[in-house]
Design a protein around this ligand. Structure first.
Ligand code: AMP
Length: 118
């Protein structure tokens, strides 16, 4: 069973923010911003590459509820999902990073110089 399935099953503790029948949101253990939340589907999906559009419909509404719950909806936030090796995915269970609470910088992709990757 994967790490996030164990969190869903309460085999590994997490700091839950919001939960419904299908989705769970909890604080990232290694936050990269003042607010750093992970939102996951309770049923295992490897990554965004495998998710069904009908799951994304409910997932979108859930994420919108989460950002209201932690009051970053008005100030703005970023939603990211990493996919596979090049995307930097470390946990093989679909998750959206929800980042906010400060003006987020953009430009940490300098390790992937587009001039060397054509
Ligand atoms: P990714 O690199 O996109 O797969 O992101 C995985 C994220 O999971 C990282 O930001 C980790 O800090 C986070 N993470 C790993 N283990 C835990 C855990 N037990 N509880 C909360 N977040 C975790």
């Amino acid at each position: 069973m994967c790490l996030f399935c164990k969190i869903v099953n309460n085999e590994i503790p997490s700091n839950v923010i919001l939960e419904d029948e299908n989705f769970l949101a909890f604080h990232d253990i290694n936050p990269k911003a003042p607010v750093h939340i992970l939102a996951i589907p309770k049923v295992h999906v490897d990554s965004f590459d495998d998710v069904k559009p009908e799951t994304m419909s409910g997932f979108t509404s859930f994420i919108q509820k989460v950002v209201k719950e932690v009051k970053i909806d008005k100030t703005g936030y970023r939603v990211i999902t990493n996919i596979g090796d090049n995307g930097g995915q470390e946990v093989g269970h679909l998750h959206f990073h929800i980042l906010g609470g400060a003006k987020l910088k953009w430009g940490h992709f300098s390790d992937a110089d587009p001039m060397n990757n054509l």
